[in-house]
Design a protein around this ligand. Structure first.
Ligand code: PMP
Length: 368
């Protein structure tokens, strides 16, 4: 059944994966591998690193509070006006800005069960109600545990200020096609902000996967969020953004802290955008890794959720925390996703062929 929750007391703190250095210290080893946070195994573009270094000498100067150059580059990339871009300290901050702008006690957000953990955080922090809608059944062939758009639509009413849709979704890796998602957006009340979280968009190569930034002219209540943390390999610098109609961006910019995106992130992000080779290579490595991990996990008899992201979630069929501990003792950090309502499930970030194999070998031992 649908759940309605509100208040900060009802929240669980976000639990990031253990840092590699901490596990290495604990185990007295020097080569642990972290596959817990959907980071890019190839690292950032070398051009981004160079650009980041290049601005350190100007560290005494405030960053450009309007992110002029980066916004211009992003606007050109998406074919929109710079006034339609809002920069954030990671896309998490953009999600928080959206919540602070439109949510309040007496209002509600709607999102799917097993969706990204930050939606309840930012909702309940404002005193608004989080309406968690049951997902597609585990037995569905195409998107087990994915968003049930009809069920979500049924939970939207006059109090619903924000709807969060992750496409693809984390941690399931499931995705929505253009037809289904556009029909959903078209059915939303015009005053409801529809967030389409595309943190993993660049990885998706499936036909029919929509770029929701194309819909902004028709649906000015849509906000598309993107990040530099995944394909761009810049998670440590915290850079994300929203693409929306100009009036929506104007609202977000009223709430935004003046210097929320630092100068290093702005410089690195700008340089990263120009390195299309790095993106192409990252997509190709991920595609091979998805195939490798999917095939090998299924060969072990495990139930795998089909993923189009840079991670795969599967049912360990046993006590996932015990499996997680055994993996850590072998120097591998993955992520149990019980807190996403998926008991027994483990999420692993897709990495290089070598690290994927290392994970698989450790998992075979952990499950033996
Ligand atoms: N949305 C989704 C679906 C995510 O998985 C993540 C990262 N875990 C984010 C947003 C936020 O990423 P960041 O704040 O690093 O941009």
């Amino acid at each position: 059944a649908a759940r309605a929750v509100s208040g900060v007391q009802g929240l669980q703190p976000y639990q990031p994966g253990k840092p590699v250095s901490e596990l290495e210290r604990e185990l007295g080893i020097s080569e642990a591998v972290k596959l817990a946070s959907n980071e890019n195994p190839l690292g950032p573009s070398p051009r981004a690193v160079k650009a980041a270094r290049g601005v350190l000498g100007e560290a005494h100067v405030y960053p450009d509070g309007n992110g002029f150059e980066l916004k211009a580059a992003l606007a050109a990339r998406h074919g929109v006006d710079p006034a339609q871009i809002t920069l954030g300290n990671g896309s998490n901050e953009v999600l928080e800005l959206i919540a602070r702008t439109w949510l309040a006690p007496g209002r509600a957000s709607v999102f799917s069960a097993h969706a990204f953990a930050v939606y309840p955080l930012v909702t309940q922090a404002t005193g608004a109600e989080a309406r968690v809608v049951p997902a597609v059944s585990a037995d569905d062939a195409r998107q087990p545990f994915g968003h049930d758009l009809d069920a979500m639509r049924a939970r939207v009413d006059d109090d619903t200020a924000v709807v969060f849709v992750a496409n693809p979704n984390n941690p399931t890796g499931t995705w929505l096609d253009a037809q289904a998602l556009e029909a959903f957006v078209a059915a939303m009340p015009p005053q409801t902000i529809v967030v389409i979280d595309e943190a993993y968009a660049e990885y998706v190569e499936e036909d029919g996967y929509p770029d929701a930034t194309r819909w902004l002219d028709r649906y000015p209540n849509v906000v598309v969020t993107r990040t530099f943390s995944k394909i761009q390999g810049l998670a440590g610098l915290r850079l994300g953004y929203a693409v929306s109609s100009a009036p929506v961006a104007d609202m977000l910019n009223r709430v935004r802290q003046p210097f929320n995106v630092n100068a290093v992130a702005q410089a690195a992000g700008l340089a990263a955008l120009e390195d299309s080779d790095h993106i192409r290579h990252s997509v190709a490595v991920n595609r091979e890794g998805l195939v490798q991990l999917g095939r090998e996990l299924r060969a072990m008899g495990l139930r795998v959720i089909p993923s189009v992201g840079n991670f795969i979630t599967f049912d360990t069929g046993t006590d996932v925390n015990a499996v997680h501990d055994r993996l850590q003792r072998r120097g591998v950090i993955a992520r149990p996703v019980e807190n996403y309502g998926l008991p027994g499930h483990l999420r692993v970030t897709v990495s290089t062929a070598e690290d994927n194999e290392r994970f698989l070998a450790a998992l075979r031992e952990a499950l033996a």
